[in-house]
Design a protein around this ligand. Structure first.
Ligand code: M6R
Length: 604
C-alpha cells in the first residue's frame, strides 16, 4: 500500500526521504519517487520496482543546505506501475504526493483538460496539483489556493504538496488516510503516513484528524480543522519500538491484517466495478475464447479461495470449473485439454508446488492466468495473464487478507466471465455488482464482535477436536476456518461439509467435540440447521455463527442481517479468523510466526 514521507530541515534531505521510504517498504509498493525543493530549484526522481532503483538514480544528487522534500511509495491502483504514474506528480512548478482515492478526479480532470491542462499520468492524484495551480492563479496566496483545492476534492486522501513560490513550506491535508507530523529539538519537521519513518528522527508527533489541513514551515505548524478553524497541534512522545509501530497499535500482524481487510477489499474493487460490468483492464477478453472449462490450482488458504470460486464460476458464469491441490496435481499425470483455462492462485506467487503446476500447464499449451498478491513474482512473470489482489504485504504466516481479496477477485471474475458468456441477465449482474460494493462494510471489525469473540474464546482451549462445518460455498470457508485454527492454536481442527458429518465424523460427537457451525440465513439455512441439530442431539458443544438466533447452540455469534449469502460469507470469514486469533492468544502461542510454518513455501 502507498506510503508518504516529508521533510523540512537542513540535514541531508535526500537520505532522510529515502530512509523514511525504506521504513514503509513493509507495506508493499511497486514504484517510488521523491521531489526536493532547494534554493528555489526542484529536483525529482522516480523509479519503478524496489527502492534500490531509486537509490541508484539519486546517487549523484546532493542536498547540503536547507530544503523541503516529499517522497512516496506507490502501490498501483489507478494506472499501471510505471515511472509516469509514480508520485510525486508535477504541475508547472509544484509537486504532490497522495495516498487514497480522489473519487471526483474524472470530473476535475475533464474540466482541467478542457482548459488546456496536459496530464502525464493515468493517476487520480495528478488532478490535485493541476487544480492547485489553477486556483493559484486566482488566489492571494499559495495557502488559499491549497485550501480551495482541498475543499474541491471528494474521496479519501493524505496529501503533501510543495510549490516553488513557498520554498520553506509543505502543505498537507488528511481525510481518511493516515498522516502525522513530527518535530525534534533541531527544528526539523517530518511527515509520514505511519510512525515508523519518524522513529529515531522525531521526538514528538501530532496525528492529524480527518479533515485537518494546513502548512508547516521553518517557523510554524498551522493546522486547520475541516470547518476552517485553526487548531493547536497535540504533540505526544513517539514510540521507540519500530516493530510495534509497524503493527499500528495492534498486538499482532495477523490482527492488524484482519482489521485491514475492509480497506484492502476496497482497493481490490477499485476501478473494477462498472454499473453493469466488471472491468479488468489487465485482461484481454480473448483469453476466454475457446475456453470451456476453468481449472484452478493452489495450496493451503489459496486452495480454499479457489474452492469457493468453483461455486461462483458454475453458478454465476455457468462454466465448468474444477479445483486441484497443487502438490497432488503435479504428480498425478493429469489430462490437460486446450479448451481449459488454467488458473493458479497464490498470495506470494512463489509457492513451489503451485509454480510447478503452472509450468506443466504452459508446457501442455494451455492458456494460463495467475491471481496473485505480489507483482513480479515468479508466477506473475510466467503466466499469460495476471490479476493482482492488492492486499498489500501480508506478514502474519496465517493468511487472512490475502484470502479475503482472492475471494473478492474470484467473485468479480465469475461475473466478468458471466458477462462475456452472456450467462447472467443484466438485472442480476447489476445486483451482484452492488453486493460487491458492500463487501468492505461486511468485513469491518466491530468492537462488540471482537469483544464477544475474545470472551467466548476461553471456552475453546481444550477438547479433542474442532469441526468447522458449512454447506455449499460455506464449506470452503469451514476448511479455511479450521486451517486458521490449526496453524496458530496447534489444536486439531477439521473443515467438513455439514451434510457429510452423519457419514462418519458424527461418531466423535460428545461435549468435548467443538462444532463451529456456519449457518447462513440466505443459503440452505434449514438444511444446515438440521445437520447442526444432529450434532447437538449427540451432545457436541456447538458454537453457531449466524444472523438468525439458533436455540440448539451452546454459544452463538450473531452476524448482521444482510441481503445475500455472499455478504454473510465475508462477515463469517472475519469471525472465524478472530476466533482462531483469540484462542491462540489465550494459549500463549506465537500468533504471527507459528511453529513449523513459513510464510512462503518455496520447497516441495
Ligand atoms: O503464497 P501462497 O498463497 O501460494 O501460499 C499457499 C499456502 O502455503 C498458504 O496459503 C498457507 O496455507 C498459509 N499459511 C495459510 O494461512
Amino acid at each position: 500500500m502507498c506510503g508518504i514521507v516529508g521533510y523540512l530541515g537542513k540535514k541531508n534531505t535526500k537520505e532522510i526521504l529515502l530512509d523514511g521510504l525504506k521504513e514503509l517498504e513493509y507495506r508493499g509498493y511497486d514504484s517510488a519517487g521523491i521531489a526536493v525543493l532547494q534554493n528555489n530549484n526542484f529536483s525529482s526522481y522516480k523509479a519503478i520496482g524496489k527502492l534500490v532503483n531509486l537509490q541508484e538514480k539519486t546517487k549523484d544528487f546532493i542536498t547540503d543546505s536547507f530544503a523541503v522534500g516529499i517522497g512516496h511509495t506507490r502501490w498501483a491502483t489507478h494506472g499501471k506501475p510505471t515511472e509516469l504514474n509514480a508520485h510525486p506528480h508535477l504541475g508547472e512548478s509544484s509537486y504532490v504526493v497522495h495516498n487514497g482515492i480522489i473519487e471526483n478526479y474524472a470530473e476535475l480532470k475533464s474540466e482541467l483538460e478542457a482548459n488546456g491542462v496536459k496530464f502525464l499520468s493515468q493517476t487520480d492524484t495528478e488532478v490535485i496539483v493541476h487544480q492547485f495551480e489553477k486556483n493559484l492563479k486566482t488566489s492571494t496566496s499559495a495557502f488559499e489556493a491549497f485550501e480551495t483545492t482541498i475543499s474541491e476534492l471528494k474521496g479519501a486522501y493524505a496529501v503533501l504538496l510543495v510549490t516553488k513560490g513557498e520554498n520553506e513550506t509543505i502543505f498537507f491535508a488528511k481525510h481518511g488516510s493516515p498522516m502525522l507530523v513530527g518535530i525534534n529539538h533541531e527544528d526539523e519537521k517530518y511527515f509520514a503516513s505511519s510512525d515508523t519513518p519518524l522513529i529515531g528522527q522525531a521526538t514528538d508527533v501530532n496525528y492529524f484528524e480527518d479533515g485537518d489541513y494546513g502548512f508547516v514551515s521553518k517557523s510554524e505548524i498551522a493546522i486547520f480543522s475541516k470547518d476552517g478553524k485553526r487548531k493547536k497541534p497535540q504533540f505526544s512522545k513517539i514510540s521507540t519500538n519500530k516493530l510495534s509501530a509497524q503493527k499500528d497499535g495492534y498486538r499482532f500482524f495477523m490482527e492488524k491484517e484482519i482489521y485491514e481487510q475492509s480497506d484492502v477489499i476496497s482497493d481490490t474493487l477499485m476501478g473494477r466495478l462498472g454499473d453493469d460490468e466488471i472491468n479488468f483492464d489487465e485482461l484481454d477478453p480473448k483469453l476466454f475464447d475457446g475456453i470451456n472449462e476453468i481449472k484452478l490450482c493452489a495450496c493451503g488458504t489459496s486452495y480454499h479461495s479457489a474452492l469457493s470460486a468453483t461455486y461462483m464460476f458454475e453458478r454465476y458464469a455457468k462454466i465448468r470449473c474444477s479445483v486441484e491441490i497443487a502438490s497432488e496435481f503435479r504428480y498425478r499425470k493429469p489430462l490437460m485439454c486446450k479448451d481449459t483455462l488454467f488458473v493458479v492462485i497464490s498470495q506470494s506467487g512463489e509457492t513451489a508446488d503451485t509454480l510447478e503446476t503452472l509450468k506443466m500447464a504452459k508446457e501442455a499449451g494451455l492458456k494460463t492466468l495467475v491471481i496473485c498478491n505480489v507483482d513480479n513474482s515468479s508466477m506473475v512473470r510466467l503466466s499469460d495473464a495476471c490479476i493482482l489482489t492488492r492486499a498489500g504485504i501480508e506478514k502474519g504466516v496465517a493468511s487472512t487478507k490475502a484470502f479475503a481479496t482472492q475471494v473478492t477477485v474470484f467473485w468479480m471474475l465469475s461475473l466478468y466471465v458471466a458477462k462475456l458468456k452472456n450467462s447472467m441477465d443484466s438485472i442480476e449482474l447489476a445486483r451482484q455488482i452492488n453486493l460487491l460494493r458492500e463487501v468492505p462494510a461486511s468485513t469491518k471489525v466491530t468492537d462488540s464482535m471482537h469483544e464477544k469473540i475474545k470472551r467466548l474464546s476461553k471456552r475453546y482451549l481444550h477438547g479433542h477436536g474442532f469441526f468447522f462445518i458449512g454447506r455449499d460455498i460455506f464449506f470452503p470457508l469451514a476448511l479455511e476456518g479450521a486451517l486458521k485454527l490449526k496453524e496458530i492454536s496447534y489444536l486439531h481442527a477439521e473443515g467438513y461439509p455439514s451434510g457429510e458429518m452423519k457419514h462418519g465424523p458424527i461418531a466423535l460427537a460428545d461435549p468435548e467435540l467443538f462444532t463451529i457451525a456456519l449457518l447462513p440465513q440466505h443459503l440452505l439455512h434449514e438444511k444446515s440447521k438440521s445437520n447442526v441439530e444432529e450434532l447437538s442431539a449427540r451432545d457436541s458443544t456447538i458454537c453457531a455463527i449466524s444472523a438468525v438466533e439458533f436455540d440448539k447452540a451452546d454459544d452463538f455469534i450473531q452476524i448482521s442481517t444482510c441481503q445475500d449469502y455472499m455478504l454473510e460469507f465475508f462477515e463469517m470469514m472475519v469471525v472465524v479468523q478472530l476466533l482462531s486469533l483469540e484462542i491462540s492468544v489465550r494459549l500463549g502461542n506465537d500468533v504471527d510466526m507459528p511453529r513449523n510454518l513459513a510464510k512462503s513455501v518455496t520447497v516441495e
